[in-house]
Ligand binder design. Structure first.
Ligand code: PRP
Length: 211
């Protein structure tokens, strides 16, 4: 029997995914060792493999078939725009993709002025400003701590995920507009879904029963 391989976004999403899989009898004990630096874990009995990847790479592994199944946030799926089947909303990892900035930037959005937008998600941001708001903007790609940008004058606003809202609050920023809600999703490689149809749909069906 061939292995079914899972690519998980490392960190909290991977931990939550394993908790969920445990509810349907899928375990991987060696993954629970917090000190391990291993990236690949195997359940020989069930012929399953799990690997931990950077969230933004999960859709890539799944599209190319290096993983059959992936678990990653909808934000990353939208940004990466890969060819894959999104089969299930897992419900956890809930956050909102928002346009944020100082309260004073609200006017710039209302008047559709040419503004600078900093984001880790330039694809989502560009799509929102060009196709939903019909506002021309200058996009600036950043890789983290995006809240800095409007504070130090790099941009007028940011597009970023907001979970608890504390990063915004502690930096004097606020949500100005909401783009969409995001949760963790299960994605499947298109060929794998055909070739391993029974095993993969069985996992999906059993997960749907416990969610
Ligand atoms: C994310 C996001 C916000 C923050 C939102 O950053 O980009 O900065 O979390 O969470 P909150 O609403 O609960 O404060 P992350 O922690 O992934 O780090 P990064 O900024 O370095 O990407």
């Amino acid at each position: 029997m061939k292995y079914i391989t899972f690519a998980l976004a490392k960190g909290r999403l991977a931990r939550k995914t394993m908790e969920l899989l445990e509810q349907i009898g899928i375990f991987c004990e060696e993954m629970k060792d917090e000190k391990t630096r291993k990236l690949i874990f195997v359940n020989e009995e069930l012929k399953l493999k799990f690997f931990l990847a950077k969230a933004s790479d999960v859709p890539t592994y799944v599209e190319y078939g290096a993983a059959d199944i992936g678990v990653v946030g909808r934000d990353t799926i939208l940004e990466e725009g890969r060819k894959l089947y999104e089969v299930m909303d897992l419900g956890f990892g809930k956050c909102r993709m928002c346009v944020c900035g100082p309260a004073s930037a609200k006017e710039l959005l209302n008047h559709k002025e040419l503004i600078r937008v900093a984001s880790k998600y330039p694809g989502i941001a560009k799509d929102y400003f060009y196709h939903t708001k019909h506002q021309t903007v200058e996009m600036i790609k950043l890789n983290g701590s995006v809240e800095l940008a409007p504070i130090v004058g790099l941009s007028e606003v940011i597009v970023d995920i907001v979970e608890t809202g504390s990063t915004l609050r502690e930096n004097g920023l606020e949500v100005l507009e909401e783009i969409c809600e995001c949760t963790a999703r299960m994605v499947v490689n298109e060929v794998s879904l055909k070739m391993e149809h029974d095993r993969i749909t069985d996992i999906i069906t059993r997960l749907k029963e416990v969610i």
